[in-house]
Ligand binder design. Structure first.
Ligand code: GLU
Length: 497
């Protein structure tokens, strides 16, 4: 089966157990691309039946992440839809109905084994070098006896009756045919003693009732397909198409991508959660473009693509069957390109929240003047904080005076250079080109190289060596502040601290 021409209904079905990971975001992105390409629906379903692992913050974190990436969903939490509810815990009656149907058809059975007995069975299996599992002790309890014990209040779970012979074959769009012998499949628990379904049961019922046409999900679920396909058979339903995607590897290419964020010795953070990508200032379009290419390609060369192009060009056939490594350098490169493509106004508007979040009293007017000078230098939006913070403080924090000193000069040379610079700046026209000419000529007149004059000025007015281009900076700061900061450097030099 190939990419369908008719409208696909595709769901992203996360379990709300933690923060929204970029691996999940890639799955959601492919769901979205397929839905949009075919004019279908992108659906969010919250698989919250595992109450032990439930994390109340996870859903809002997920929805914020999806919104940030621009993956607007057609049905699901907050937006509703004709196939709701979209939280599994709000669908318990629905699952009851189908589990009763399966009980009546003798396709499932009640298992009354206590946790202690199950632990013992596992221990014995371990001794016999078998994997963990269940010995099917309750499978042959006669149905009337089983019903009586249930009525008497004995706790039970409900398990799937997996055929004891034969095999099951999955036609995966990417992997091709995958066959698993029924002997290898456990009588999976479908419903717990509290009447809450497990993932395996709820996922099948919901995918069917929500008329899902394509299931795109992680490789880790491939081994569960026989359970799901047996359920489709027993319920007399047509299964959807399946795509099991290879995992994303760590940048080194070794091991599954980390579930934790790491910080390099230089302080660089390697994000894995969507909220961190957002906090650092990856542009949604850049991340969208990059993620589409982690495990899918259009051809061997085209990389930079708009959302519209990606939607038009996406195809299930070109999803790779081998795992792809997450490449932060490439993502950074994409982000830089996307930043440089923004207009100054747009970039400025996007920078403002980052500056405010960093506690800077930045104003848009000033930023509009300096943004062009830093646009080329930004990898992520939050980089701007360190480029412009000096513009928005009354007084610079005390910097190391040695930063003033250019190569082959000494601290003792600084007062002279700064006094000279001050005199030039006091009389200069404060526009970029006039400052350029005045300072270059001023340096030459006293036998200095331009850089020997510029560095002390830059550090005196910015408090650091790495700053936006000097003349832009001076122009934006204005004469009064520039002279005040040079005076303050001179005072500190005189005081020796
Ligand atoms: N709730 C499952 C998960 O979070 C969904 C798997 C599936 O897509 O079937 O991985």
């Amino acid at each position: 089966m190939t990419t369908p021409s008719k409208a696909a209904r595709v769901r992203f079905a996360p379990s709300p157990t933690g923060f929204f990971h970029v691996g999940g975001a890639r799955t959601a992105l492919y769901d979205y691309l397929l839905a949009k390409k075919t004019g279908g629906a992108f659906i969010i379903r919250i698989e919250d039946t595992d109450q032990k692992r439930y994390n109340p913050k996870a859903v809002s974190n997920l929805l914020e992440g999806l919104r940030y990436l621009g993956l607007d969903w057609d049905e699901g939490p907050e937006v509703g839809g004709d196939y709701g509810p979209y939280y599994q815990t709000q669908r318990l009656e629905i699952y009851q109905k189908y589990i009763q149907e399966l009980l009546a058809k003798d396709r499932v059975y009640r298992c009354f084994c206590t946790p202690e007995r199950l632990a013992q069975v596992n221990q014995e299996r371990q001794k016999a070098k078998l994997g963990p599992g269940y010995d099917r002790a309750c499978r042959n309890i006669p149905p009337d006896q089983s019903a009586r014990r249930a009525e008497a209040g004995e706790p039970f779970v409900i398990r799937l009756k997996v055929p004891l012979e034969g095999s099951m074959t999955l036609h995966d769009i990417i992997k091709g045919d995958v066959t698993i012998e029924n002997q290898m499949v456990q009588d999976a628990v479908l419903m717990k003693s509290n009447g809450i379904p497990t993932y395996h049961f709820a996922v099948v019922v919901d995918d069917h009732l929500m008329e899902i046409t394509h299931i795109i999900r992680g490789d880790e679920w491939v081994s569960s397909f026989p359970i799901h396909l047996h359920l489709y058979n027993y319920l007399g339903w047509e299964p959807p198409a399946f795509v099991h995607m290879s995992v994303i590897l760590n940048p080194s290419g070794k091991g599954k991508m980390s579930k934790r964020e790491t910080r390099a010795p230089d302080g660089r953070v390697y994000p894995v959660f969507l909220h961190t990508f957002k906090e650092m200032g990856y542009l949604p379009d850049a991340l969208f473009n990059y993620l589409a290419l982690v495990g899918w390609s259009y051809d061997d060369k085209t990389e930079i693509m708009t959302r519209e192009e990606l939607i038009e060009r996406f195809s299930l056939e070109r999803i790779s069957s081998s795992p792809a490594a997450f490449n932060y350098e490439k993502l950074d490169h994409f982000n830089g390109l996307y930043i440089r493509n923004l207009t100054v106004e747009d970039l400025t508007d996007r920078l403002m929240p980052y500056l405010e979040a960093a506690g800077l009293k930045a104003d848009r007017e000033t930023m509009l003047k300096i943004t062009p000078a830093i646009q080329e230098r930004l990898t992520v939006l939050s980089d701007a904080i360190a480029w412009v913070d000096f513009l928005f403080v009354d007084e610079l924090p005390a910097y190391d005076l040695n930063l003033l000193v250019p190569k082959k000069m000494s601290l003792a040379d600084m007062p002279g250079i700064l006094q000279n610079a001050r005199a030039i700046l006091a009389g200069a026209d404060f526009s970029h080109d006039a400052l350029d000419t005045a300072l270059r000529e001023g340096a030459k007149a006293v036998g200095l190289k331009a850089g020997q004059m510029f560095q002390p000025i830059r550090v005196a007015v910015c408090g650091k060596k790495v700053a936006p281009p000097l003349f832009d900076t001076l122009e934006v700061l204005g004469r009064e502040t520039v002279l005040k900061r040079i005076d303050s450097a001179l005072e500190r030099l005189e005081a020796g601290a």
